[in-house]
Design a binder for this molecule. Structure first.
Ligand code: NAD
Length: 416
């Protein structure tokens, strides 16, 4: 596989990686266009009567990429950055992720262009229910199954399931990542973070290295970042820096994660925790460490940042944190990247387990979830490492080769 490639003329978001894989697999431009584009997209207007009597207009988006491998599946993001292009990029990424880890789902993504932190609970609930009212014909347990992502959580999923159930009757399986009490799964909240640690363990085995004592820097301390940090701590690793949107914290000796979580529970940004050094979000990315784990937003590692990174390995807990240029710089500098479609796939794997439990009306025990998650992710990791070794390419290129071929074969079976 060549290390450099010409970016595609038709580029939806960051589809360069997909284009590169299509070229390496010998697919023509029409196949690339088929895989890069989405089957369907929705954009709906969401007027919200705010608590102070004012009217605000938001927009909701859902992009359904491909469903040849199963119902569309992907997160709902509530963040001011949400738009159609972001949804397209992340929906395609979901199709590749589910193909790579062999869960029988297609890819989707969406959300609302709002800042949930600036909304009251009533406003957030109204906005969520209004979104379901507008898109309910496009979602469902055998059609499209949303899940939490940035700015959403199990409460938002509960409102979606309830609103959908008002129309179609009680429907488990229309969303995953919901509270256990109403059909959620054991282990779903922490699944993405747990999965990141499983992939790192498998990588360490592959390299005949130990994770114990290794230093980690995590960008983003939300659902994924927090559970990554907890999992790393259990493995004896040292988390030396974390951040949220307001700033970052650093302690060479290792941060007291428990105390920081208690500080956050009082409603304070993690960066205001007084017993560690405050640094900027940009400086966090440049800290010397064994592992840098972006666990927040997309495109944070561009070409410039990639030249300044001092981590030995980058682990993409976030979706699409590295631009195509950033990836090429990291490759040239010999810094391996455990790519998003592998590293953060634990979330969609346990979402699949949740959906299976919902369809069977039969809850699983936590140890069954952990065991099957570990098996699935370890197998997918081994496959990626084997292809990367065999083809002398990066882990991302290997993951894209496997996923693109699987997706193309499935799409071809029903389309071409
Ligand atoms: P979240 O909303 O729970 O947390 C996001 C965190 O990122 C927050 O701490 C926020 O303050 C922080 N943040 C935002 N902008 C930042 C910036 N510029 N610098 C530093 N921190 C910043 O969201 P999440 O569910 O933890 O998702 C994080 C990432 O993981 C996203 O890319 C998401 O797509 C991806 N992901 C999530 C899941 C899941 O199961 N939730 C699964 C797979 C991938």
């Amino acid at each position: 596989m060549t290390k450099k490639t010409t970016p595609p003329k038709q580029s939806i978001g960051n589809s360069h990686f997909l284009h590169e894989a299509c070229q390496a697999l010998g697919y023509d431009e029409q196949v690339f266009a088929l895989l890069a584009g989405a089957s369907r997209e929705f954009k709906v207007q969401l007027p919200l009567l705010c608590d102070d009597g004012s009217l605000k207009i938001f927009y909701g988006y859902r992009v359904q990429h491909h469903n040849a491998l199963g119902p569309y599946k992907g997160g709902l993001r509530f963040h001011p950055s949400v738009d159609m292009q972001e949804a397209h990029t992340l929906a395609a990424l979901m199709s590749l992720k589910t193909a790579l880890v062999k869960v029988p789902f297609g890819g989707a993504k969406g959300g609302i262009n709002c800042d949930p932190r600036s909304l009251s609970r009533r406003e957030l609930e109204s906005l969520t229910r209004a979104f379901v009212e507008k898109i309910h014909r496009g979602i469902g347990p055998n059609l499209d199954i949303p899940a939490p992502d940035v700015g959403t959580n199990e409460q938002v999923m509960a409102w979606i399931q309830d609103e959908y159930s008002k129309i179609y009757g009680y429907t488990l399986g229309v969303v995953t990542g919901k509270p256990i009490l109403i059909g959620g799964s054991q282990g779903r909240t922490e699944a993405t973070g747990t999965g990141v640690a499983i992939v790192m363990q498998q990588h360490a085995r592959h390299q005949a290295q130990k994770l114990e004592g290794k230093t980690v820097v995590i960008q983003g301390f939300g659902n994924v970042g927090t559970h990554c940090a907890n999992a790393f701590k259990r493995l004896g690793m040292k988390v030396i820096a974390i951040s949220d949107s307001k700033g970052a914290l650093f302690d060479e000796a290792g941060l007291d994660l428990h105390a920081i979580c208690q500080h956050r529970e009082k409603g304070k940004p993690v960066s205001t925790y007084p017993q560690a050094r405050q640094i900027s979000n940009q400086d966090l990315l440049k800290l010397p460490c064994d592992f840098l784990v972006p666990a927040a937003m997309g495109n944070v590692i561009d070409g410039k940042t990639a030249r300044e990174i001092k981590a030995k390995v980058v682990v993409e807990a976030a979706n699409s944190p590295t631009t195509f240029e950033g990836d090429q710089v990291l490759m040239e500098r010999g810094i391996p990247v455990l790519p998003d479609i592998l590293a953060n796939a634990g979330g969609v794997i346990v979402s699949y387990f949740e959906w299976v439990q919902n369809m069977q009306q039969m809850p699983w025990e936590k140890n069954q979830i952990t065991e099957q998650l570990t098996t699935k992710l370890s197998k997918a990791s081994d496959e990626v490492f084997a292809v990367a070794t065999g083809k002398q390419c990066s882990y991302r290129q290997a993951a894209y080769l496997i996923a693109t071929q699987r997706l193309r074969d499935a799409v071809a079976t029903v389309t071409i």
